[in-house]
Design a protein around this ligand. Structure first.
Ligand code: ARG
Length: 265
């Protein structure tokens, strides 16, 4: 059984703007709706995996996006995130406390390197680590993480501020395939993905990317996401997957969707 970390949206709101999706949404979150949507996502995942919860904290509205808590590996080691924006920096101490209380071994990067955890670092089934950088996580983060974990890292450069975390535009799938949004990446990064995944990558449309289709939680053959086009669903079906849509529209006001709301432990 897979394990996921989630955080109840008790204090979730859009109270500042640190990504383009948040612009114009300040004060616009329907809290009751957000709570119900989060619960729906929670229950959908809980039917397929274990969930652990971290206590939400007042004044840290984005803590609900546990993908940014840190990067966890199979050896029960964690690199706790060091956020770019002051608005989220207060989250790190809470994540650190959680991980230490749950017997994770903390690995630290050199001070001063911005690294936003599993939002920008995704393992594929082969155990390779894919890291996005250039917008949130620093360009120096992939090399620093590679050194800290003693492993190679595939570095992907994000170019468009709308796709500010790797998990907004790239999702490796359980059976070795991936879905990704081409326009989010540099030409070199696209070549790297094409080389590594060959025919086993789906480049999603603008509309699917804007519905955060790449921000998906893949448990077994189920792919949990906000919304996918009929053609993307068919393509994923051909690979043996089933798409399960969960309405997380309140969280999209903050630039996050299903995958951002979880951290695989
Ligand atoms: N409002 C949050 C931020 O801008 C959203 C984070 C979404 N997380 C993610 N892993 N993509 O930081």
């Amino acid at each position: 059984m897979q394990n996921y970390l989630m955080c109840q949206p008790d204090y979730f709101e859009v109270s500042y703007v640190i990504n383009l999706w948040m612009a114009g949404n300040q004060g616009k979150v329907d809290k009751q709706r957000a709570a119900a949507q989060w619960q729906q996502l929670h229950d959908t995942i809980a039917a397929r995996a274990n969930i652990q919860l971290i206590a939400p904290q007042p004044g840290l509205p984005d803590m609900v996006f546990t993908a940014n808590a840190g990067l966890v590996n199979r050896r029960h080691e964690v690199i706790v995130s060091t956020f770019l924006h002051a608005e989220r920096q207060g989250e790190s101490a809470h994540y650190q406390r959680f991980f230490l209380a749950h017997q994770y071994r903390e690995i630290t990067l050199q001070p001063g390197i911005v690294f936003e955890g599993a939002g920008d670092a995704l393992f594929d089934t082969a155990g390779r680590l894919w890291m996005g950088c250039g917008i949130r996580s620093a360009s120096s983060a992939p090399a620093a993480v590679a050194q800290a974990l003693g492993m190679q890292v595939q570095q992907l450069t994000l170019l468009d501020p709308r796709w500010y975390h790797l998990d907004t535009a790239f999702c490796p799938l359980r059976n070795g395939e991936a879905i990704a949004y081409r326009k989010a990446f540099s030409a070199d990064s696209i070549r790297t993905m094409e080389k590594e995944f060959g025919e086993r990558i789906i480049w999603v449309s603008d509309a699917d990317a804007e519905n955060f289709a790449c921000n998906a939680v893949n448990i077994g053959h189920d792919i949990i996401l906000y919304r996918a086009s009929a053609s993307l669903k068919v393509a994923l079906q051909t690979w043996g997957y089933k798409v399960i849509e969960v309405d997380v529209s309140e969280f999209m006001k903050s630039g996050g969707s299903c995958k951002c709301l979880t951290l695989e432990l």
